[in-house]
Design a protein around this ligand. Structure first.
Ligand SMILES: O=C(O)CCC(=O)C(=O)O
Length: 320
């Protein structure tokens, strides 16, 4: 069973602390099609790599939690079809059902209202043991977004597909820091990501490690500093992070990449121009909702070939 929306206490925690973990947003039966879809992509890629002589085995006997590691040890080319090259990544019909599931939308509605845009920026993150690029250093998602969206709420939902805890690299958050705006980030941090260094983190706050069971969701604001560390146990910490915002927050719904221009009012420029936003729920304008996978994938596909430039926030390289 899942809860259809957030309780008042959960909304209060999110608002005051900048994060809340809700353990029962999805059932296992909701998650399994996503795991199966990902397994299908892995299987197809593994077969191609076997044909090309780049791997010696399909590792079919390995579980969802270990197979990717076995294949990656033989050939790194197993990863891009799942995680994408410059954002995006795999998005099949099961993934569409997952991000439009009534339970996650009910929870999001508790935070942003009922007119909802699925933010363009979502990721599938398989974090393998000892995989340096899988560990993401301290950052706020707003560090990646356009500054004119700093005061808007874009909710990040961090959703593991396996039980995630400290041992296999769940997230840590810095509670209440979302109240202090965007902190300085540096480019070229750990794993090539943006990074907030220790000196710039509010030092009076203690990080909280947030285990999330499969089916649970960690909801964070775009200003909530968070990170994940490397882990050594032999489990792929499969997780997805998907984002939602009110339709009033700047977005690129209905805009083609070729139509992108900075020559217009700032609030008409999306918070993250390189990826496609789409309307996911709209009682006011139901005709504009991307209501099936074909529409959704067509919208995303337009941004695969040509992406508008990313935000330029002027972050400097990390001091060596
Ligand atoms: O999954 C991770 O380890 C990092 C996720 C993250 O940084 C994010 O969702 O913004």
């Amino acid at each position: 069973m899942h809860n259809p929306s957030m309780s008042a206490d959960q909304v209060k925690q999110f608002t005051e602390e900048g994060w809340v973990m809700v353990p029962d947003v999805y059932t296992d039966a909701d998650l399994q099609p996503v795991r199966d879809e990902i397994t299908g992509v892995i299987d197809e890629t593994a077969r191609r790599l076997l044909d090309e002589g780049k791997v010696k085995s399909l590792h079919e006997e390995a579980s969802f939690e270990t197979r990717l590691t076995r294949l990656y040890e033989e050939c790194e080319e197993i990863l891009p079809p799942i995680v994408g090259k410059a954002g995006g990544g795999h998005s099949g019909p099961a993934f569409f059902n997952f991000i439009t599931h009534p339970s996650i939308l009910g929870h999001i509605e508790s935070l942003v209202g009922d007119e909802i845009v699925g933010s363009s920026v979502y990721r599938i993150r398989p974090k393998m043991p000892n995989y340096a690029k899988g560990a993401v250093p301290w950052h706020q998602d707003s560090g990646y977004f356009n500054p004119h969206c700093d005061d808007d709420l874009i909710v990040t939902c961090w959703i593991p597909l396996v039980d995630a805890d400290q041992d296999n690299g769940c997230l840590q958050v810095l509670p209440r820091a979302h109240r202090s705006g965007v902190t300085r980030h540096y480019t070229g941090g750990q794993g090539g990501y943006l990074e907030i260094t220790k000196q710039d983190l509010p030092n009076q706050l203690d990080p909280v490690t947030v285990p999330v069971p499969a089916g649970g969701v960690l909801f964070m604001t775009n200003l909530t500093p968070h990170r994940s560390s490397q882990h050594t146990v032999d489990i792929v910490r499969w997780a997805t992070d998907i984002r939602y915002q009110a339709t009033t927050v700047p977005n690129n719904v209905g805009e083609l990449p070729v139509e992108y221009t900075e020559d217009r009012p700032i609030y008409e420029i999306a918070c993250y121009p390189p990826e496609a936003d789409f309307v996911i729920q709209s009682p006011e304008h139901p005709e504009g909702v991307a209501s099936d996978w074909d529409q959704f994938t067509a919208i995303r596909q337009r941004y695969e070939d040509e992406r508008p430039p990313g935000p330029r926030r002027g972050w400097e390289p990390i001091p060596q």
